[in-house]
Design a protein around this ligand. Structure first.
Ligand SMILES: Nc1ncnc2c1ncn2[C@@H]1O[C@H](COP(=O)(O)OP(=O)(O)OP(=O)(O)O)[C@@H](O)[C@H]1O
Length: 293
């Protein structure tokens, strides 16, 4: 059974449409949902969690049909988004007791470990926590339930680099158990590159690429060539961008391998791997060009 299965999902708002979104996540995997502002990440996550109903398509969370079976699904799904708030007057201990009383999977020893790791104090009132501490507290409450699936909308927003690193380590620990899965959205490609097994890039309401992280990083390259006799009119479909500066040509390639080099038929001076951020930007720009034409 897949942790997440979204097929052909559509949701139209007045000025924005999420179109034909399909995502799949297996147990034991972490998926990073990456996209620019307004791409549709939170809308996708709200649909997943049953907070919105799709106009078309199907959504299954841990095998449950959404939004119909959301009560059953949510018993096993930890969800945190940046518009969630703790009760201002209540302490973190009160929140922990409350969540423990609702969810039988609550792991008190793990909660105590997370308190220490995140530098939080159970006796502190929520209103006196900094915004980064509030975000950590919400994540603690979700993680200590030991849910089979964690769905996190921008979990590291407002956190400093040290806190982000701690959190990423924590996510990796959650996945030691092969039955669990995490979907998280982020603008931060460094975080995503660090821990994700799968990546889905979303732009303007469409999933523009979805694959294993290693496959993305293996496929994409920038190539530098020097061509004294002018620039050939390459039409190879793998070339998504070409920058020409006199005889110096830089190609951005999606689908780099020996066969591509043979078909390119030109001496390549340098081949560089690309960071996930570069792959993300190139994918989004290329998808926009394709749509515009
Ligand atoms: N309830 C709604 N009614 C109308 N439009 C909406 C609604 N919710 C979201 N939108 C629109 O859908 C688009 C996508 O929003 P969404 O919050 O999913 O983007 P996002 O990728 O999470 O962006 P960000 O990274 O900026 O948080 C935006 O243009 C937003 O204005």
């Amino acid at each position: 059974m897949k942790a997440i299965e979204m097929t052909g999902v559509r949701k139209a708002f007045r000025f924005f449409t999420l179109e034909d979104v399909s995502l799949a996540l297996e147990p034991g995997q972490i998926m990073g949902l990456v996209g620019p502002n307004g791409a549709g990440k939170s809308t996708t996550i709200r649909l997943l969690m049953g907070l919105l109903s799709p106009d078309a398509g199907s959504i299954r969370l841990l095998g449950h049909d959404m939004p119909r079976d959301q009560a059953a699904a949510k018993a096993d799904v930890g969800f945190v988004s940046d518009d969630m708030k703790l009760l201002p007057q209540a302490t973190l201990a009160w929140h922990m007791d409350f969540v423990a009383s609702v969810y039988p999977g609550w792991d008190a020893a793990y909660a105590a470990t997370l308190l220490k790791r995140f530098g939080l104090h159970a006796g502190q009132a929520a209103k006196s926590l900094s915004s980064g501490e509030q975000a950590k507290a919400l994540l603690l409450l979700a993680l200590a339930r030991r849910p089979r699936l964690l769905v996190l909308d921008e979990p590291t927003a407002g956190m400093d680099p040290v806190a982000r690193q701690e959190l990423m380590t924590e996510f990796m620990d959650v996945l030691r158990d092969d039955e669990r899965a995490i979907l998280f959205s982020s603008h931060n490609t460094l975080d995503v590159e660090r821990i994700s097994d799968r990546l889905s890039f979303i732009d303007r309401g469409r999933v523009v690429a979805s694959d294993d992280k290693e496959d993305f990083l293996e496929r994409w390259r920038t190539l530098r060539l020097r061509l004294p006799d002018g620039v050939p009119a390459w039409t190879l479909p793998e070339i998504v961008q070409r920058d020409i500066d006199g005889p110096n040509v830089t190609l951005t390639v999606d689908g780099f391998n020996d066969d591509f080099l043979a078909r390119l038929g030109a001496p390549v001076q340098e081949v560089h791997r690309m960071s996930l951020e570069e792959v993300f930007v190139a994918t989004v720009m290329h998808s926009r060009e394709v749509h515009a034409s």
